[in-house]
Design a protein around this ligand. Structure first.
Ligand code: SAM
Length: 233
């Protein structure tokens, strides 16, 4: 029998954005998608750098930032450098991804401030800890239960691709962002996002989310769709 780990190929690649250089270890596999760096995560970091108007005002503050579906952690790491005084919670449902994020924090310890970063298990739409998952919650401070409406910024890249996960994902954004001032920056590969073109707007409405920015963003040869959302009043 194959051990799934035998099918994984590991690599460390250097990424340079806004004069910040990060080395990210990732794993590619025959099945599953969680341990690769997806281009949308680079696009998210790039968007923060080049379209800073929407975020510059937030830079002055000590923010609480949450990343949903972090994978190996690239966009969360860049967010922690962009918003220097922030606390960034990187989350994923995949335990191996969480371990990879921790390895990547260690690999980049000269560049990242470890005190800014927290790595946690989170399954979209599941806001209650269960005994089954308790061991995976690293943060003893009752995350996610006590974090409703606590995040100034929620970020996520390349997370819109499985129809059943879309509603739990949007419910999670709605649950975590601060009323009024909270924002969510969601960046998806355009081709994948377009699969949901018919129902995405309606689903945002059902989840009380207002996408006040909904635009295409080009990086290299690729096209992405960027949403900046807030809670509807
Ligand atoms: C395509 S990857 C994107 C990873 C990373 N954001 C990037 O852009 O490189 C999607 C990520 O979402 C995570 N994910 C998928 N379904 C999830 C769920 N129901 N709850 C939490 N995380 C989930 C996967 O484990 C994976 O890390």
């Amino acid at each position: 029998m194959f051990d799934q780990d035998d099918l994984e190929q590991e690599c460390i690649k250097e990424y340079n954005l806004g004069q910040i250089s990060l080395k990210i270890k990732s794993k590619s596999m025959h099945i599953g998608v969680s341990r690769s760096v997806w281009k949308a995560s680079l696009a998210l970091a790039q968007y923060l750098n080049t379209n800073s108007d929407n975020f510059d005002v937030m830079k002055e503050k000590q923010l609480q930032i949450l990343e949903l579906g972090s994978g190996p952690g690239l966009s969360g790491f860049y967010a922690s450098r962009y918003f220097k005084d922030s606390k960034v919670f990187l989350t994923d449902i995949c335990i191996k991804s969480l371990n990879l994020i921790k390895e990547n924090i260690d690999i980049n310890k000269e560049v990242l401030n470890q005190n800014q970063l927290s790595v946690d298990f989170f399954e979209w739409g599941n806001f209650t800890r269960s005994s089954e998952n308790e061991e995976h919650y690293q943060n003893k401070d009752e995350f996610p239960t006590n974090y409703e409406g606590q995040f100034d910024l929620v970020i996520a890249s390349d997370v819109v691709y499985i129809p059943e996960f879309l509603d739990p994902l949007l419910k999670s954004i709605q649950y975590f962002i601060k009323p009024q001032s909270g924002r969510c920056l969601l960046v998806n590969n355009k081709i994948r996002q377009d699969l949901f073109i018919d129902k995405f707007d309606q689903m945002l409405l059902e989840n009380k989310l207002d996408a006040f920015v909904n635009e295409e963003f080009d990086m290299d040869e690729d096209k992405f769709r960027v949403f900046i959302m807030r809670l509807k009043d």
